[in-house]
Design a protein around this ligand. Sequence first.
Ligand code: C2E
Ligand code: MG
Ligand code: MG
Length: 717
Amino acid sequence: MTEGLHDANLGVHEHGIDSATGLPGRGALLEKLNSLPRNMDVAVLCIDLDHLSALNEAMGLSAGDSVLAEAAKRIATHAGPSSFLARYGGDEFALLIESVADFEQVSHKASALIEELMHPYLVAGKEVFVGASMGIACTLASQLGETQKLQATTVDQALHHAKAALSRTKVVSRGRWLLYEPGMTPVLGARLHLETELALAVEQGQFLVYYQPKASCRSGAITGFEALVRWLHPTKGIVPPSEFIPILEETGLIDRVGAWVLRTACQQLAAWNISGHDKLTMAVNVSLRQLVDLTYPESVQAILLESGVPAERLELELTESLLMHDVRHTEALLFRLKALGVRLSIDDFGTGYSSLAYLKRLPIDTVKIDRIFVQNITTNPNDASITRAIIGMARSLNLSLIAEGVETEAQLSKLVAEHCDTVQGYFIGKPMPAIHAAALLTSGWRLPQELIGRPTKTRTLLLVDDEESILSALKRLLRREGYRILSAGSGAEGLELLAKNDVDVIVSDQRMPNMTGEEFLRLAKELYPDTVRMVLSGYADMQSITNAINQGAIYKFFSKPWDDQGLKDNILEAFRRKELSDENGRLTREIGLMNEDLNRSNKALAVLLEEQARRSLLGQTALSAAQQTLHHLPIPVVGLDPSGMIVLRNDAFVELGMEEDVISSFAETLPSWPSTVVSYSDHVDSVGRRWTLAGRNLSSSGQYSGMVFAFVPRSPT
Ligand code: C2E
Ligand code: MG
Ligand code: MG
């Protein structure tokens, strides 16, 4: 009977029974190994199911679980007496066989187990194939060679050695088993060391949270942060998450670290809230593994309560592959999270399956476009259209949109033009310690106004007239046009208003004391060239007004009394003209930035081409050197094409004066000459000289075909 399974069935829980397989975990296995008599020969088989993560991706976690459970059963059934089976990690089992007599017994069992595990599994009515790889360590020193004996496995090392052998199997021969050999340790050693260090890091709290700002494309202001974990390693310094998150996930430590990150980030948000930044949001990454825990929503709720952060200010970022997992399981969990009031976003969108159906069905608030699309958005039309499609889709599903990895002005301008809501990336700021993030907030940093434009800006009109009644009449006339109307009683007052406001269109009276309308508008042109300027006058000093028009200071002239509809239409047209020129300016800037990008790419290309030209020159020189060498070789050499035609002859061959048909006759035997080795044949030419022909068929040796012969003179016998 396989003890592990037996223990599990009896519900012995002291080492944590794995719920998917009913097997004990690695703690129990280590204890078992330690309890064995030192002189007993044992074998440890570490078994890893291949492609389990792909299966999880494609069919959901529960599919993976059912395969694990079935695999556990198969192994247990074939394990035989005096064995102990444990679930060692995500998709790994370890089988301990006690009192081993010889290695043959173990190797037979290993092969049989692999074969057994190769059989298809029935998952949701479908047959799926999941292979297995195995690493074995045996303590049978008696069966090792003399040199190996020095490094033979001991009971203490058996598990490490079996894992090392497994790592090697996965690299060199998946679907097989390998027996541990000295030298396999380092792969395992490094990994095991990392796992141990990480466990310690969790115990000692060696983690930090960095915060990366996000900014609104509309207002330009920082709207929130993403919390990104870092490991502050005692000797290596800051370690990025890509190097340890996968291990935390595999070892299950992610639950603790994830909860810690969430708590820290919420506490930080609460602190910023108190210091007046009370609109910020905080995004926290959630690992798929954390969602397996059905109590996850409760722990999120507890952290929200404890920190006092309103739920809607927390955004949980889930990776897109989650949508492909067991939807029934995750769907329920996501709705429970959503019921707390938190926001949910899909991270790295576009890199996985981008399933629209699930986006619609699940309670998702935000889509984060992955940075690989943003990276090339200004240079690669495909990436640009994917981004546009994602933005369009998010709009139609009423989702907010964040673009990740924005590094340049050009990328930002492009995203603004595509109506992206929020941006995140090095252009706004790298992930940074809380203290730097706080400084950034206090500095009032914003995206440059000229890059985000003012798409929702209200049309602003400035009226200048010294007669109050005219100003009132104009205001009345334009009241319903939706303009923001500013009025001034003199040119000087008008200039003051221009300095304080972002004015689009100016309508000024001509005849005013101190400064005429024409003079005022000339000044306005100098100071605010983008404004559209018009004159309204009863008294026509036609000459000066015509001059002003011709010099571009005035766009249009109207005479008093005016025609209401005509004036309204003209003011509207002036606004449209202004907006068109704003848009042109923005596009010109964007083109300028794109050109800069293009210039950079062109320069890089030019360098590359130069390098290639240099290499090809080197290649040509080498080739002509080879040709010359061949021609001057003191041994006759001749080359034939597959039809037997001579295509190459060197000087020594020409000097030989050999009849060419003699050579051609050799060509007939060409197909029978092996291509990989030099073959020899003896030959006596028409003048009685004896030669050994060393020949080689080139047919399968590369880009040339045919045959090459060298004539080696033989001494007369
Ligand atoms: P992510 O959630 O997609 O986070 C964005 C990653 O892109 C971060 O890498 C960030 O530094 C990087 N990034 C942001 N802007 C730019 C840019 O303009 N250019 C470039 N080249 N990179 C940029 P980081 O911090 O190394 O994190 C990597 C991944 O690790 C994260 O990807 C996330 O999936 C995971 N991660 C980080 N912290 C946690 C955590 O607390 N829990 C979990 N489960 N995963 C985390
Ligand atoms: Mg993220
Ligand atoms: Mg991302």
